[in-house]
Structure formats: C-alpha cells, structure tokens
Design a protein around this ligand. Structure first.
Ligand code: ZN
Length: 331
C-alpha cells in the first residue's frame, strides 16, 4: 500500500480523547509510576459495547484537564503530535464546560487552549482551528445555560482560531429537537456548526441536524437506515465526518466490513475521514485509511478525494484552504 501523506487533515478529533500519552503521564508522575496502567485507563476496553461505555474512557483525561497549565501543555503536545504525523490541517474540538471542576470559567479554558494553538503553530507546519462543543449530558433544560455560554465564548474567540460549534455527548439522552433554540442563536451570532448525529441514534437526528443548518454531520452512520436521509445528504452535499474505528469500538456497526461508508461514497455524499479520538480508539489517520482500504473496499484514489474534501469542507477561511490545496506538504 502506498501511503498518502501529502494532504492529511482531521476535522473530527476530540481533544480529551486524543491526549498524547507520554506527555499526559508527565502530569501524573507524583501520583503513579505505572505507565502501562495509566495508558490503559485512557484506551477503549474490550468490554465496550456502546457509546455510553466508550464515554467512560474520558474520565482519566478529563480529570487531568482542569487547569490552565495542563490544558495548555496537552494542547501543545497534541498539535505537535499531529504535525509529526504529517497533518497539514486539523480541527480539534472540545467542550469548555467539561473543564470547570477546579474553578476555571469557560472563557479561561478557551483562552488557555488558544494560547497553546498560537505557540504550537509558531513551532510547526500544521494549521489548527478549534470547534467548541455544546454537550448532551442529560435533559437539555439542565444543561442549557452552560451550552449557551459556550456559544458566547465561541463568538468571543472567533479571531483566535475558534471556527465553529458542535453538539456532542450522549446522543439520544435528550431529544435533538430540544437544541433548536441554541442552534438558532448560533446562527444569529454568525457561528458555523457541525452536529454529532446518527452515531448511536436513528437517522431522524441527521434530518433534524440538517434542518438546524448543520454544515457537516459528525458520523451519520445511521443514515443508511433511511433512504430519504441518504437522498437528503446527497442532494444538499452535506459531508459526513466518518470515524470507522470509533464506530466499531462503540458497536455502532459490528465490524469494519459492515460500515456504510462504501454506500455513501457510491452515492457521492462527501466523506471526510476522521479519527474521533486518537488515544481512546488507539488510532490515527493512517490507520483509518488502512482500515477503509482493507475492509470497506475504499480505493487509494477515493482516499485522496476524501482528503481534498476535508480541506474543501473545513471551517478554515478560504485563503487557508486555497493554500493547503495548492501547496500540500511534501510526502
Ligand atoms: Zn465525536
């Protein structure tokens, strides 16, 4: 297999699920010397059978990411790692409200992350932007205020690399429709958005997300269950952020061969190949490309097309996109 290295970019990558293990281990040296046990605590277990089990793997990274210093160090390490892997562009996403346990405000969280982005980009070749996630943590009437604050913070950091917002967390725990008002607000504030939909819940969530004005869909794995959703994605050319390994981990599909990505490509729906959580799913973009070619009948040419789509459908500004498409990194 000829590796395709010139135009690698990842548009669906969760910060807390993608911590660089050696760098994270440095933060816990005073509590533990057991590297093996520490790394295992951040990776998916064999008995993971659902998105809900998978979300438990975020406990360790989230416990670490509660101070400005740790947020800064871990963001710096992740961006350096992505650069080392040869990515030219990444959109890293995180939910500011998940980092407030030691008294930080959402604003302070994003400020530390933006500082790391700026410093990391000065030392590397990669261009990075951020997507801020609103969360489904229970009933939306409980989480509404935190989610609304995330919109305001996203708006405040628009000039420092925050390019969009998202809705993440336990899909299905609250009806998608309950988030309508937040996305109306996001739209009115001029924010762009992608939405996790059709990952562990039915295709109706994808329809709702598109009706809210989502420019991209996170996962969309269940679109295959409803022909009208396939046609909608095709007609509107809404890209799907496809994360096959993560979908196998969460048993959204029973194995790689069962993943609907081949059908999506055949229907000419734009597919963006993403990792979701590099550390928790123990993967990276090269591994995702390899799995797609090995098990899902995706050709090397199609991987190249998906890579171009990732730049085209990114939330980067047009000048950056043009530069990345015309001057890919040396392979
Ligand atoms: Zn995700």
């Amino acid at each position: 297999m000829k590796p395709i290295q010139s135009l690698k970019s990842d548009l669906h990558l969760h910060f807390d699920g993608s911590l660089v293990i050696p760098a994270a281990f440095e933060l816990v040296q005073s509590f533990t010397q057991d590297y093996e046990a520490f790394s295992k605590s951040m990776q998916v277990k064999k008995d993971c059978h659902s998105l809900y089990d998978y979300l438990a793997c975020f406990d360790t990274p989230l416990a670490l990411l509660q101070t400005k210093e740790n947020l800064y160090q871990m963001a710096l390490a992740l961006i350096q790692e992505l650069d080392k892997q040869g990515l030219c562009y990444a959109e890293i996403r995180f939910a500011p409200q998940m980092h407030l346990k030691k008294g930080l405000t959402q604003h302070e969280v994003v400020e530390a992350m933006c500082r790391a982005r700026k410093d990391a980009m000065n030392q590397t070749h990669i261009h990075v932007n951020y997507i801020l996630c609103m969360m489904i943590l229970g009933e939306e009437k409980i989480t509404h205020d935190q989610n609304e604050e995330t919109l305001h913070v996203a708006h405040a950091f628009k000039d420092q690399g925050v390019v969009a917002v998202d809705l993440a967390g336990a899909e299905g725990m609250a009806p998608m429709q309950d988030f309508k008002e937040l996305f109306e607000k996001a739209h009115a504030m001029g924010l762009r958005y992608t939405i996790h939909a059709g990952e562990c819940f039915g295709p109706e969530n994808i329809k709702t997300a598109i009706a809210f004005g989502a420019e991209r869909i996170g996962h969309g794995a269940t679109a295959i269950q409803d022909e009208s959703v396939i046609q909608l994605l095709k007609e509107k050319q809404i890209p799907l952020e496809v994360c096959v390994t993560s979908n196998v981990n969460c048993e959204v599909v029973s194995n790689y061969e069962q993943h609907p990505v081949r059908r999506y490509l055949d229907e000419k729906i734009p597919v963006l190949i993403c990792t979701d959580n590099m550390t928790i799913s123990n993967t990276n973009l090269d591994h995702e490309y390899e799995m797609l070619m090995k098990y899902c009948h995706v050709t090397e040419e199609e991987i190249g097309m998906c890579q171009k789509n990732s730049i085209r459908y990114s939330f980067a500004d047009e000048k950056i996109k043009e530069k990345l498409l015309n001057e890919p990194l040396e392979s």
